[in-house]
Design a binder for this molecule. Sequence first.
Ligand SMILES: Nc1ncnc2c1ncn2[C@@H]1O[C@H](COP(=O)(O)OP(=O)(O)O)[C@@H](O)[C@H]1O
Ligand SMILES: [Mg+2]
Length: 524
Amino acid sequence: MLIAAQSILRRTELRTEYTRTSIINRNDFNKPYTINLPVEKPNRKTGLVSTLETDSNTHLMSAATAPAMSQPPPPPGPPRSASKNISNSINKKPAPPPPPPRNAPPRPPPPGNQGAGAGRAHPPPPPRSMKRPAPPLSNGNVDKVEVKKPRVPLEFGKIVIKKPTVLRDVNSFHRKHKVGQGTYGEVFMGADKVTGEIVALKRINTEQEENGFPITAIREVKILKALEHKNIVKLKEIVTSKEQNGENEGIPRNVYMVFEYHEYDLTGILQSNEIRLSQDHIKSWSQQLLAGTHYMHVNKIIHRDLKASNILIGKNGQLKIADWGLARSWNEDMKRLTNPVVTLWYRPIELLLGCKEYSPKIDIWSVGCIIAEMFRRDGLLKGIDGESSQLNLIFQMCGHPDINEWPKIGQMCPLWNNYEPRPDEKPLPCKLAKVLKQRLPHPHWMTNSAIDLIKNLLTYNPEKRWSAMEALKADYFFEKPIVKDSSKLHMKFGVDSVHELSVRQKHMNMRAANGSRPNPTTRM
Ligand SMILES: Nc1ncnc2c1ncn2[C@@H]1O[C@H](COP(=O)(O)OP(=O)(O)O)[C@@H](O)[C@H]1O
Ligand SMILES: [Mg+2]
């Protein structure tokens, strides 16, 4: 099962795609971040660390507390540390009381389980609220004691027994047009038949999966159930179809994740001629992206597939990080993580150099690429021919890594030997600042502070690469034009809705009309 799950994950991971919320000032950050962050207090119920404690002045990142986890099974993967954060709430069930040792005196049963009483040699003290002495739990056959069925939920210690959740049928929604092509299915626009609410339905096709259900989808659901932040896409519910999966009995053929619907994704926006962007959009979306990233990172989640098409933008200007299929919980002790993660164009140098002991900083590199892409309205590092060509592209733009800047490169990155310049070779210099000023629709938007921000996000040494928190304090966000609240962004565009899929289809139609073959570099 584990091997199959890993192979599924690997398949997914190997895919290479063809393809501002509030007015803030620097002092606002000091309150919630520099003071509160070191003492990240997890919510007692959920174990979730909120990125913002309470600060009425700063509504950049609303305090987030996740809904209680519905006791997910532990995911495959490396062992988790006992730190209190969201990753633990994802990876651990609430500890059940240990089973009684065979010959040990049994513990009092939960109310409602009295029927299974035995262990007569050691009758437990009667529960306080019960008149009749409760027979203890036992593995053996015992006389049934008639008890009234209690009402749910039943409480025993900390365990709450809930009614099983009955998933709604997908027929509760009108299925409209396709807005996205997923790895395990497609994404459709949908409308709730009762409320009329517009949603996005992401189909998980269980038939593609030998073992019943794709592990990436399980991870995505678990992580999404735990995360709650205004810059992270909201999973509303899961619905199923009645038809069964032919190969795996009991598993519905289709399972859909129901999300809030967002009119745009960033690829759609950047590739559409009908959409005129301003500096306000770029600055606000950069800040919102960093805010969502900061939230997941303090909660020890790595996304591992940040890219423009996974960034959704609503008609209200709000940005949401989507597609959590590759995300995982993380801690500092993890030494052997899956290497080929993150879509090639957005993949950081350490992953390209074979590193398996990586950190949330891999997402930060992707964020740097996305911010640069917003300025350029085109990808920054569009490698066309696999990891090697991507690395060479990075070296051409950012220079060869300097061992003094990144002393651990050889230790961290097994492939560094293959790429290290020979002693007689002149190392390539960094041209990033120059490149960032080229091919821009609005060159004056790319200020020195913007360059400084992007350079710090694209720093080679992950330890020196800025965290999302450091990036949120960058001068870029404090120079004019001051970052605007998402609600103040001009969101009336020439198109009401556009996603990567519609842009890709449009380009393909245009090429077909021109009689040319698709150019892989323009597919995202
Ligand atoms: N909540 C949503 N609202 C609108 N469009 C969405 C939503 N979620 C996904 N999409 C669209 O569907 C595409 C694919 O969804 P995604 O979750 O990224 O799946 P995959 O894992 O296959 O990339 C996205 O790039 C986006 O265009
Ligand atoms: Mg995606």
